[in-house]
Design a protein around this ligand. Structure first.
Ligand code: ADP
Ligand code: MG
Length: 594
């Protein structure tokens, strides 16, 4: 093998490490958390630039202009590159992720990537413009001879070491309760928020961590090739990484790694061996066509990629000796009714209104929800029942009025903070986390799980496994109660409509709520299980839970609910026991007229 062939192989190996790391970072953001970061490459570029100027000598009037020039020893430039990627993600994330809807986030990040490149290319006084940087000293310059084959090997070992750390950290995240929460957010944001998940925080954490990983990968790259040019970091590079994820398998870190080997390394590099033909620029253009076809082909024929996200199956008896069984039996609503006595409302709506443009969907509604009672909410379609539930839970902001829990105002609290206080809603339309198993859907909702935070996840399985076992036990008891045990490892998206409802109710109960807002919980549920739900709701009522339930089946309302509140056209038109309401002509007419 000639020296240049050897060098080429070394280069491929380093590229594989760099692209592998970048793909794992993008996988955490896109594959796991569902963030579409079309600006991913900016963070790699930032890390590379930072690492370059941290390792270069001061720029005293040489042919290139740059900032810093600190000549820091290895590994500080690499750490600095990682930090730069993470730091850059903070302001961008705060602007993009807090304010914008998911689809706009993707577009703004793409635009940002294009703008960043234009600015850097033209910002000669600050960043040396389109020429970029060259003569970036390789790591350990001065300490070892960097021109030897041995140094190349060392570089590969260092790269592999960083890749291993990134992979271990990413795996700890993906296979932890925290990773489960990220996937739930990816599947359905409003439902995750309704279960107490702080979406902005989750997104920020993945945005910054992805930035750190991208920055580190950039630092490794620039240390190896010794140059930093803006033209290397154009937004299409991000598309190549997305293609790698789609081919390799979103949500699976090893899939991300495999994708990196196949697409950026294999695919892009392989075309170098094709002899030149056609007009100039023909082969690079064809490369783009091929990458486009690759994405489409995979999305069409193998949408989950070569190594799909694995389905999490929990062992029959994960404790291996019935330890999980030995736990106390679940008492839903076990948090008790707190300071409030049974006659004071746990939840109060005070002249609440919600308008959509001109439409008064909820118009000046006041109501109390008491512990130990199931309050019914009935009314014709479009009366505003679901909107009222959304406003109470914080899914939608109020247009006017106040909402109090335990006598404290929660009107401005976001949904996740209300959920953490024990206020949980279900949705009228099925809102299961489709690519999570039934058991995982339940586990997601568990509050205060030590593994359900970034740091908790990074500490590894032993830190949270005991809690996980306890929760699996609790979730399985709920599943048994609703005769869903057989489906525990099924993806929730594959269930029937009725089973999805059940999953949603059980999920809400896993949170151990104090106030439960149910939106037509029995719609579409098999008749044999409706009675089961009803008697379970009665048990919850006895345990002191405060329940507000929208229901169409009046016989069920009659059996369970007292009082019953009747809404029509956004307003409360009557309240009392069902039998009393039946005697009021106006109400019967309004209800039936809808
Ligand atoms: P219900 O649950 O009692 O059937 P909803 O609360 O779903 O009624 O709807 C009340 C009214 O508000 C309806 O007229 C509906 O069309 C309207 N509405 C609900 N959600 C929205 C929305 N996101 N944007 C605009 N109008 C809405
Ligand atoms: Mg509704």
């Amino acid at each position: 093998m000639t020296a240049s062939e050897l060098y080429y192989l070394f280069t491929l190996a380093v590229y594989a490490g760099v692209d592998g790391m970048a793909c794992i970072g993008l996988n955490l953001q896109f594959g796991v958390a569902g963030l579409v970061n079309f600006g991913f490459i900016i963070f790699q570029a930032a890390g590379a630039y930072a690492a370059a100027v941290l390792s270069m000598p001061p720029a005293n009037g040489g042919f290139q202009q740059y900032v810093l020039g600190l000549q820091l020893p290895f590994p500080l430039p690499w750490l600095g590159g990682a930090a730069a990627g993470g730091l850059l993600a903070v302001p961008i994330g705060l602007i993009v992720l807090r304010r914008l809807r998911t689809d706009y986030q993707a577009i703004s990040l793409l635009v940002l990537s294009v703008i960043a490149n234009l600015v850097i290319t033209n910002a000669r006084p600050f960043l040396n413009g389109a020429a970029g940087l060259s003569l970036v000293p390789p790591p350990l310059t001065g300490l070892v001879d960097t021109a030897t084959v041995g140094y190349q090997w060392l570089y590969i070992v260092l790269t592999a070491f960083c890749l291993a750390i990134v992979l271990i950290a990413a795996n700890r995240i993906v296979y932890s309760p925290y990773g489960r929460t990220l996937r739930a957010m990816r599947e359905r944001e409003p439902a995750a928020a309704a279960l107490g998940k702080n979406l902005v925080r989750l997104k920020m954490e993945m945005f910054v961590l992805g930035g750190v990983i991208a920055g580190l990968s950039g630092a490794i790259l620039v240390g190896f090739i010794g140059v930093w040019a803006p033209a290397t970091w154009l937004y299409p590079e991000t598309i190549v990484l997305f293609a790698a994820l789609i081919v390799g398998g979103r949500g699976n870190n090893l899939g991300a790694l495999l994708g990196a080997l196949l697409v950026p390394v294999g695919f892009e590099e392989a075309t170098r061996f094709i002899p030149e033909f056609g007009p100039p620029g023909f082969i690079p253009a064809m490369q783009w066509v091929a990458i486009g076809l690759l994405i489409i082909g995979f999305l069409w024929f193998r949408p989950r990629g070569l190594l799909p996200e694995p389905r999490r199956v929990f062992a029959e008896d994960p404790a291996g000796g019935g330890a999980a069984r030995a736990e106390e039996t679940p008492r839903p609503g076990a948090r008790g009714i707190g300071s409030a006595g049974p006659s004071t409302p746990l939840l109060r709506a005070d002249r609440v209104a919600r308008r959509f443009e001109g439409l008064r969907a909820v118009d000046d509604v006041s109501l109390d929800v008491f512990p130990g009672r199931i309050t019914g909410l009935i009314g014709p379609n479009g009366a505003g029942k679901s909107t009222l539930l959304a406003v109470l839970a914080g899914t939608l902001p109020v247009s006017a009025g106040r909402i109090l829990m335990d006598g404290q105002e929660v009107t401005r609290l976001p949904a996740y903070r209300r959920a953490r206080r024990g206020l949980v809603r279900t949705f009228q339309l099925s809102s299961e986390f489709a690519q999570l198993t039934v058991l995982e859907n339940l586990l997601v909702a568990a509050p205060a799980h030590p593994g359900d935070s970034l740091l908790g996840a990074l500490r590894g399985t032993p830190y949270w496994w005991a809690d996980e076992l306890r929760l699996v036990g609790r979730a399985r008891e709920l599943l048994a109660r609703f005769r869903m045990s057989a489906a525990e490892s099924e993806y929730a998206g594959n269930l029937s409509g009725g089973q999805k409802r059940l999953v949603e109710i059980m999920r809400a109960l896993m949170l151990m709520p104090r106030v439960l807002l149910l939106d037509e919980p029995m719609a579409g549920v098999h008749p044999s299980i409706v009675g089961e739900i009803a008697s379970f709701l009665e048990t919850l009522r006895e345990n002191g839970l405060a329940i507000l339930m929208v229901e169409h089946e009046l016989s069920m309302v009659e059996r369970l609910c007292d009082p019953v509140i009747v809404m029509a056209q956004g307003q409360v038109i009557g309240r009392g026991s069902m039998s009393a309401l039946r005697r009021q002509r106006t109400i019967v007419e309004a209800y039936l007229a809808g």
